[in-house]
Design a protein around this ligand. Structure first.
Ligand code: F6P
Length: 371
């Protein structure tokens, strides 16, 4: 068999461990030829390849990033020479030109959707779940998440000591636009006083009151961990209304108008944590500082747990390919690796349920969520 591999979407630690696992198992145990496509779906559209031989697969287990490169390009909407084009036909052409038997796509939620599109275009696809956001449906965990939790926790630990020295509020923004898993786990591990998640709209007055209450108890510093997609109750209501308008739009033009408004809101939301920090300083009269962890959370060496998960998913992927089972994402559920149909994965983000045991545990140790 001849298989292709690509990595798509935002990078994360563990991608190389997964490429290595798929490649080694495919070559050594099943005698397959393995070709890498560069820079996500773009490499497939423009036929940019890298032969993943034993030499290239060796020594990459601990490397961050992806040796294949990645991009957020979508097969059906790709910027080529300044124009947005549907490259599905070109992708199908490259697949057949290389006489591939299957294509493995490593990525997050968007990649799962794009892989399904290619399945519908007639290709044999299999996917693996990666994202530091841990928001892909039907898998308990995605690789990259464990490492990002450790990086964010380490940062919170370091910020704690400086917050204590200066009697300050330190707001720490972590990644997670729609789902708050990273903020929740790193916040708990780092002993955050307040955690703000996209799933629990907050009232800034409540956050300020939680901080003032700490001061009254003699604790003159506070750590506020904020997911980048966290929203005030007023903003959440606005977004909720727009989302409803989009769902019930009568024409494509109306839908587009609402989408533009939503986009404008999200574009403006990038300043959200800066404004929140200022607002908290005003309300509490306590000096406040903001740290945005950003892409630090996606870089560097994968944790042991991510290496193990990527290796388990990758080797099972080779086994699944050998059994000619296609149109599935490899997933971990209750400690077991299995295959789930792509149709069931897409359009189902895994959000933090507001009654999740981790939220209960955090509340029981006195952490506030601003609600
Ligand atoms: O991969 C998901 C994610 O980590 C989000 O949490 C974050 O908002 C996004 O990537 C940013 O990615 P980029 O800057 O690469 O577009």
């Amino acid at each position: 068999m001849h298989i292709g591999i690509l990595t798509s979407g935002g990078d994360c630690p563990g991608l190389n461990a997964a490429i290595r696992a798929i490649g080694k198992a495919a070559q050594d145990s099943y005698g397959m030829q393995v070709t890498g496509f560069l820079n996500g779906f773009r490499g497939l559209a423009q036929d940019q390849t890298m032969e993943l031989d034993a030499r290239l697969l060796s020594g990459i287990l601990t490397y961050g990033g992806t040796i294949l490169g990645t991009s957020r390009d979508k097969p059906h909407r790709m910027l080529i020479g300044g124009k947005t084009r549907d490259m599905t036909e070109a992708i199908v052409g490259t697949y057949h030109h290389h006489q591939l038997d299957a294509l493995v796509c490593l990525g997050g939620g968007g990649t799962q959707k794009n892989a399904l599109r290619l399945k519908q275009a007639g290709l044999n696809v299999v996917t693996l779940p990666k994202t530091i956001d841990n928001d892909i449906a039907l898998t308990d965990q995605s690789f990259g998440f464990d490492t990002a939790v450790s990086i964010a926790t380490d940062a919170i630990d370091r910020l704690h000591s400086t917050a204590i020295s200066h009697n300050r509020i330190i707001v720490v923004e972590v990644m997670g636009h729609r789902a708050g898993w990273l903020a929740l786990e790193a916040g708990i591990a780092g002993g955050a006083d307040v955690i703000l998640l996209p799933e629990i709209p907050y009232d800034v007055g409540q956050v300020a009151e939680a901080i003032r209450e700490r001061t009254r108890k003699g604790k003159h510093f506070s750590i506020v961990v904020v997911a980048e997609g966290a929203m005030s109750k007023a903003d959440a209501e606005r977004v909720g209304k727009l989302a409803e308008q989009k769902r019930s739009a009568k024409s494509e033009a109306d839908k587009q108008k609402v989408s533009n408004k939503l986009q404008k809101f999200h574009d403006g939301h990038v300043d959200h944590t800066i404004n929140l920090t200022r607002h908290l300083e005003e309300l509490t009269q306590q000096e406040s500082r903001l740290t945005i962890l950003g892409h630090l959370q996606r870089g560097g060496t994968p944790s042991a747990a991510d290496r193990v998960l990527a290796t388990r998913l990758g080797t099972t992927c080779a086994e699944v390919l050998n059994n000619k089972k296609y149109g599935v994402m490899l997933a971990i559920q209750n400690e077991r690796i299995g295959a789930v149909p792509l149709e069931e994965v897409v359009r189902k983000k895994k959000f933090v349920p507001i009654d999740h045991p981790l939220i209960t545990a955090a509340r029981l140790v006195g952490t506030r969520f601003g609600d």
